[in-house]
Design a binder for this molecule. Structure first.
Ligand SMILES: C[S@@+](CC[C@H](N)C(=O)[O-])C[C@H]1O[C@@H](n2cnc3c(N)ncnc32)[C@H](O)[C@@H]1O
Length: 279
């Protein structure tokens, strides 16, 4: 199968409605390209990476430092804040949405952050082609698109096939941090990552029962859209999450506009942390 055929067989976790940038973003894009914004030759799509293209990250950042990769960084609120607070760490923001990537690149330039690069590419391509095995210390995915309709769930980023891609790039002591406000996706994340021998959950069994955010969401009718209106509210026995395994809020994760809107709407955030199992 050719690269082109392979690429078109995989359901994408995003839909690109327009590639157009408003003039101010276009100027930011042009100024950042080849600097804060990685210039990458494309493959089958403009979000894919040309076969055989690689990046020497040590050369790119001009040093050897711990590396954190955020997938779906949006306009980069979380990663820009983290990069400013941790100048001794290097960061890669992977965001397929061009206005978001342009906005982040402009911010990095404005704030003079030399430890962040933006990849306006499909994260799956970045994991497979641009990140060597065992090169990433932390992988962050905060509020990935939930694709809530059953017929669209195959588009979700965090699914079985993705887990081993994440495992490959993490160091033997690497950390994978996730957050979502969609309880059904939180359960999927917990299930598919827990099922992999490549990861273990340091919060196994924690925040179970009545104190589980999942129990609270199910009982409080906070997330009816995620669970299906017809199933709500669930009787106590069915609502009870006996498994738990939820992480405390990751202290370095700033509240983005996206999360703020979700909180205002009465939704709950689920944090998950997984550690890479020894090979
Ligand atoms: C709901 S937003 C959350 C943004 C940000 N993490 C926040 O908390 O505000 C999800 C983001 O993931 C991006 N995204 C979806 N699939 C992606 C992929 N395969 N590669 C890179 N970015 C992706 C979308 O473009 C979108 O900006």
């Amino acid at each position: 199968m050719t690269e082109h055929q392979q690429h078109y067989r995989r359901p994408l976790s995003f839909v690109r409605r327009s590639n157009r940038l408003k003039p101010s973003y276009q100027r930011a894009w042009d100024a950042a390209l080849g600097n804060e914004l990685l210039e990458v030759p494309h493959g089958a799509r403009d979000t894919s990476v040309a076969e055989g293209f690689t990046i020497d990250w040590r050369e790119e950042f001009g040093r050897t430092a711990p590396l954190i990769v955020e997938i779906g960084s949006g306009s980069g609120e979380a990663i820009a804040h983290a990069a400013a607070s941790n100048p001794e760490t290097d960061f890669i923001a992977v965001e397929v949405y061009r206005p978001g990537a342009a906005q982040l690149a402009a911010r990095i330039r404005r704030e003079g952050l030399s430890n962040v690069r933006v990849a306006c590419l499909d994260a799956v391509e970045v994991l497979d082609k641009l990140l060597p095995a065992g090169s990433v210390d932390e992988l962050w995915i905060f509020f990935p698109d939930p694709w809530h309709k059953a017929k669209h769930r195959k588009r979700r980023l965090v699914q079985e096939s993705f887990v081993e891609k994440a495992a490959r790039v993490l160091t033997p002591t690497g950390v994978w941090r996730l957050a979502t406000d969609w309880s059904d996706y939180a359960v999927q994340m917990r299930r598919v990552i827990s099922a992999s021998a490549s990861f273990w959950n340091p919060h196994l069994g924690q925040r179970a029962g009545d104190i589980s955010p999942l129990t609270q969401v199910r009982l409080g009718d906070l997330d009816a859209a995620s669970l299906g209106k017809e199933t709500h509210p669930l009787p106590y026995e069915q609502a009870l999450d006996t498994e738990g395994g939820w992480a405390p809020r990751f202290a370095a994760r700033v509240t983005t506009d996206f999360e703020q809107k979700s909180v205002t709407a009465g939704r709950r955030t689920f944090d998950l942390t997984f550690l890479r199992s020894a090979r």
